[in-house]
Design a protein around this ligand. Structure first.
Ligand code: NI
Length: 388
């Protein structure tokens, strides 16, 4: 089954939007120009109303169907922000801003949702209301949470919510999804170990902080291997190890370890935090040192609800040749997770073909994925709120 014909006609226009956004990337909540561009397009498209400033710089718009007898409201979400990466693609529409790049394809997601909005506004072949959600700060700023905290779900009466992300390595025209956790939660920790600095030749007069921190680091690696059910997915990585000694003949007084825990299961977020605290403080204590643990909770796991995943997969099947509907979860995180904590919904991967992975300076969004993504959003709306 093909993409919707109207999206073949709109392909060039939407690609133009996408390339404009690509050339003008903005970071985190500072997406004023991107949000203004979205608002301009939404006005041209003729949506029913537009609200700015939700979650600081997010944009929310609505399109009403031919009828509203069903009282149904479906939310569709795209992210608008770029990354602090120097682009190395050599494309003629490459970033014009040094050190900033749309290296995760959010320019594509925003344009796809605008393209779907144009079709939905023209046709209105549904019974209910579509809420278009354009969020800032997906890349580490929890813009999705900020929009939810501004009352997104209740204010617009959203009943279910859907989003997509391009996926390098998955052929263009294909989709992948699964019920349950699709992406991991991501928490960070910092362990500050304090011993007693001294002369390297007199260790008996010191408490060797480097050695204590090394013992903690090794012991942390028993948390996943010895405390987690082997069929579950948890990753614990220590990314940095620093001490305050800069000389080979000095025993450090303090050391600092920083790491991250990723998991698909909320219960293991709790367990990991408890174990990291215990291992750090008790190991330090055993050597006569002290450890302070600072835990920073990040994005929760992105968990698709069963029924909405089925609807998302069926819509994908209607517009595409291939839908992998029990794909493996992956361990990056995604702040659409916060919207899925508030409402049932689903997040789907849209094939982006053979390119560098997201967040790489040579990553390229494939514009051939645009009509496929637009068709999925439109199909989903027409299926979830069928016209009477
Ligand atoms: Ni992304």
């Amino acid at each position: 089954m093909p993409i919707k014909n109207r999206f073949s006609e709109l392909h060039e226009e939407v690609t133009g939007w996408r390339r404009h956004l690509h050339a003008h990337p903005e970071l985190l909540y500072d997406v004023e120009e991107t949000a203004a561009f979205v608002v301009e397009r939404l006005k041209e498209i003729g949506v029913d109303d537009i609200t700015t400033g939700i979650g600081r710089t997010g944009v929310v718009a609505t399109i009403k169907g031919k009828s509203d007898a069903s009282g149904r409201v479906v939310g569709l979400r795209a992210d608008m922000d770029a990354l602090p990466i120097e682009e190395a693609t050599g494309l003629d529409y490459a970033s014009t801003v040094p050190g900033k790049m749309h290296a995760c394809g959010h320019d594509g997601h925003t344009s796809i949702l605008l393209g779907a909005a144009k079709y939905l506004s023209e046709t209105r072949n549904f019974d209910g209301t579509v809420v278009l959600i354009f969020q800032p700060a997906e890349e580490g700023g929890a813009g999705g949470l900020a929009m939810c905290e501004d009352g997104l779900m209740d204010r617009w009466g959203i009943q279910e919510v859907y989003g997509l992300h391009n996926m390098p390595g998955l052929p263009v025209g294909q989709f992948a999804i699964r019920p349950g956790a699709l992406l991991a939660s991501s928490d960070e920790f910092e362990i500050i170990v304090t011993g007693k600095g001294g002369h390297a030749a007199a260790p008996h007069q010191a408490v060797d902080t480097t050695l204590v921190a090394a013992q903690i680091l090794i012991s942390l690696q028993t948390i996943v291997s010895r405390n987690v059910d082997p069929i579950k997915r948890v990753v614990l990585t220590v990314g940095t190890f620093e001490t305050d000694s800069v000389a080979s003949n000095v025993i450090a007084h303090t050391a600092r370890l920083r790491g991250t825990v990723r998991t698909l299961d909320p219960e293991y977020r709790i367990l990991a935090e408890e174990r990291v605290r215990r291992v750090a403080t008790d190991t330090a204590s055993a050597f006569g040192a002290q450890a302070e643990v600072i835990w920073t909770a990040g994005y929760p796991a992105t968990v698709n609800t069963e029924e909405e995943t089925r609807h998302a997969a069926e819509a994908a099947r209607a517009v595409s040749g291939g839908v992998e509907d029990a794909t493996d979860p992956i361990m990056p995180s995604e702040d659409f997770a916060y919207m899925l904590e508030e409402r049932p919904g689903a997040y789907i991967f849209l094939g982006n073909g053979d390119t560098a992975m997201c967040h790489h300076p040579q990553y390229v969004f494939d514009d051939e994925a645009i009509p496929v993504g637009c068709s999925w959003f439109a199909e989903l709306v027409e299926r979830r709120m069928p016209a009477g």
